[in-house]
Design a protein around this ligand. Structure first.
Ligand SMILES: [Fe+2]
Length: 295
């Protein structure tokens, strides 16, 4: 293992913001297989708050090294679909359409089919997630990220006023059966799993706990209703917010490269998996860091 530099390393790391997208930056000059010293960590932490998506290129790291890097930002969350944990590493969820020799899925093949913020259905939703590319398809498989600070800032004033103080319910079960009907490899949930993902209520507009910026915090995947509104009004308002929040002008589309490690902020963004042709192999490992109670 290389020694940790005792010199300030800020000059070694290069943060290159994407100039043609409303969020995101590439990070060069950092080897995530090595422990980060305090200077490196502070630089990465700041860049993550500023750009919301960080793309670390060419990271040849092990599952344990991904877990160690993720833990620098907080405790990790274990996904309810235990059957798709990376064996021996419960902190990593396998996101994959690959089947094993027995025809069983290695991972969750249709993760992220709808716009969402990871684990918004938990009382403490995710601070951020990291995906490390293991196998990539020759075509497709992109991930889209939408900036929810911009989405909030650009709402018409009347709509901002209308949603001020409102709260919405989030449920893991919202689209689950619909996804199961389309994907034979998505398992039925046990009662214990259903009990683990009881619906929760969060503000429709949340403040980022570290930057103070407001962000829309509803998603097509997990948000079921606005608390206290008649069903038709709730549905209409959510549809309007969903349509507004994912406009192309707020979106960065990530085209994966070999060994990319992508770290995004679930408090600032929604994301979506664009999908790839079923016959092409796609496999990534995801770690998820626990965040604060939204307010
Ligand atoms: Fe996700």
């Amino acid at each position: 293992m290389s020694p940790i530099s005792s010199n300030p390393v800020a000059t070694r790391i290069e943060i290159r913001p994407f100039t043609d997208a409303p969020l995101g930056a590439e990070v060069w000059g950092l080897d995530l297989s090595q422990p980060l010293d305090a200077g490196d960590f502070a630089r990465i932490h700041r860049a993550h708050l500023d750009h919301h998506v960080l793309v670390f290129r060419e990271q040849h790291i092990t599952p344990d090294q991904q877990i160690a890097f993720s833990r620098r930002f907080g405790p990790l969350q274990i996904h309810v679909l235990r059957q798709f944990q990376l064996p021996g590493h419960p902190e990593l969820l396998v996101v994959s359409n690959v089947l094993d020799e027995a025809g069983r899925p290695l991972g969750l093949g249709d993760a992220g089919h709808y716009w969402h913020s990871d684990l918004s259905y938990k009382e403490r939703p995710s601070l951020g997630s990291m995906l490390h590319a293991q196998e990539l398809p020759e075509e497709g498989g992109d991930t889209l990220f939408s900036n929810q600070h911009l989405a909030y800032d650009t709402l018409p004033l009347a709509l901002k006023t209308a949603i001020s103080g409102l709260r919405a319910e989030h449920s893991y079960l919202c689209k689950y059966e619909e996804l199961r009907a389309r994907n034979p490899y998505r398992p039925a949930l046990t009662q214990a799993q259903i009990d683990e993902v009881r619906p929760v209520v969060h503000p429709v507009v949340r403040r980022h706990p570290e930057t103070g910026r407001a962000a829309l915090f509803v998603s097509e995947h997990f948000t079921t209703r606005i608390v206290g509104l008649p069903e038709d009004e709730s549905r209409a308002l959510l549809s309007e917010l969903f349509a507004h929040s994912t406009q192309a002008r707020f979106v960065y589309r990530h085209h994966w490269q070999d060994q990319d490690m992508v770290f995004w902020d679930n408090r600032s963004l929604l994301h979506l998996a664009a999908g790839c042709p079923a016959h092409l192999r796609r496999r990534l490992n995801r770690s998820t860091i626990e965040g604060d109670l939204p307010y």
